[in-house]
Write a protein that binds this ligand. Structure first.
Ligand SMILES: [Zn+2]
Length: 80
């Protein structure tokens, strides 16, 4: 079972940290169109990266979906 998350890739140089924007759930159960709607709505979000310390604006059109083998760990925080 694959789990889908939406992330922003840190814009810091050579950082590569992923910021968890939203956990969408198991791939097979995701409602059709939900990813497109998430991409289309919302303002840019200012995020400070815990890894490199740089702060950047991230827009909905910069979201990327990733498939993970397991859900995010307990206590994870979504940005959206
Ligand atoms: Zn970073």
């Amino acid at each position: 079972m694959k789990h889908v998350i939406l992330v922003w890739r840190c814009k810091g140089k050579n950082c590569g940290q992923s910021h968890l924007a939203k956990y969408l759930g198991e791939k097979e159960k995701i409602e059709e169109g939900v990813i497109i709607r998430l991409h289309a709505k919302g303002d840019a979000v200012l995020i400070r990266c815990p890894k490199c310390g740089e702060q950047h604006l991230y827009g909905p059109n910069e979201l990327r979906s990733l498939e993970m083998p397991s859900p995010p760990p307990d206590g994870y925080k979504e940005i959206l």
